[in-house]
Design a protein around this ligand. Structure first.
Ligand SMILES: N[C@@H](CCC(=O)N[C@@H](CS)C(=O)NCC(=O)O)C(=O)O
Length: 218
């Protein structure tokens, strides 16, 4: 039995899209369980027993927990290659993992500095500085993704939807929350609209009850 724990709008959206794609491609029953991050459910004793890091996503396979997006997605792809969520060819897979690793180890933590600046500076002025610096870095990351989107098509890895598209969609949503107007990244915005229309992505968006419009002009 497989179960994915996710937080609405969080990075767990990446394996969540994968789970929906796998269900559609194979008919496999995979359970999804919402963790309300704003209610701190990720720090409940029951959840911490499964994931001592107190984070989503978490995949539980026959009672065994697995954390970390890249590991979860690699496992899902190897177990259900029919869903085609990562390339099968060794070189193309390595290139995909290279981009996936950058998203996970650079873009994602940059946003953490915007969203959780209190973790990175003690004073309000310091936190504002961390936030402003991180917004500028995050914008550079989004611009790199927009360049990659322009070179690729219709999806980041070409013809097939992959985990990377779900991550890219999540980053543009987060950018909106951080004050980055998606209209200033028009090709990225159009690509995300295209990604959101794909049935597994639309299913995950509906299950998480999230919208793409997160930006509000100041
Ligand atoms: N390195 C982890 C990062 C996971 C992560 O940052 N999860 C965030 C949501 S995007 C979380 O659960 N935050 C809850 C908290 O920090 O309390 C991974 O790749 O899975």
């Amino acid at each position: 039995m497989i179960k994915l724990y996710f937080g609405p709008g969080a990075c767990s959206f990446v394996p969540h899209v994968g789970v929906e794609a796998i269900k559609a491609a194979t008919g496999e029953e995979i359970e999804t369980q919402m963790v309300k991050l704003h209610k701190d459910e990720q720090h409940s004793p029951e959840y911490l027993a499964l994931n001592p890091l107190g984070q989503v996503p978490l995949l539980v396979v026959d009672g065994q927990p697995l954390n970390q997006i890249v590991a979860i997605c690699d496992y899902l792809d190897r177990r259900f290659p029919q869903a085609g969520l990562l390339p099968a060819d060794s070189w193309r897979r390595a290139q995909a993992m290279s981009l996936f690793a950058w998203m996970n180890n650079t873009v994602h933590p940059t946003f953490t500095h915007i969203f959780r600046s209190t973790k990175f500076a003690a004073t309000e002025a310091g936190q504002a500085d961390v936030r402003d610096t991180a917004v500028a870095s995050f914008r550079e990351c989004l611009e790199r993704i927009q360049t990659l989107v322009r070179q690729a098509g219709p999806f980041l890895l070409g013809e097939r939807l992959s985990f990377l598209d779900a991550y890219a969609l999540t980053f543009l949503r987060w950018g909106g929350l951080g004050g980055i107007d998606p209209a200033s990244l028009p090709d990225y915005k159009a690509y995300v609209a295209r990604v959101a229309e794909q049935p597994p992505v639309a299913a995950a968006i509906a299950r998480e009850r999230i919208t793409l419009e997160t930006y509000t002009a100041k």
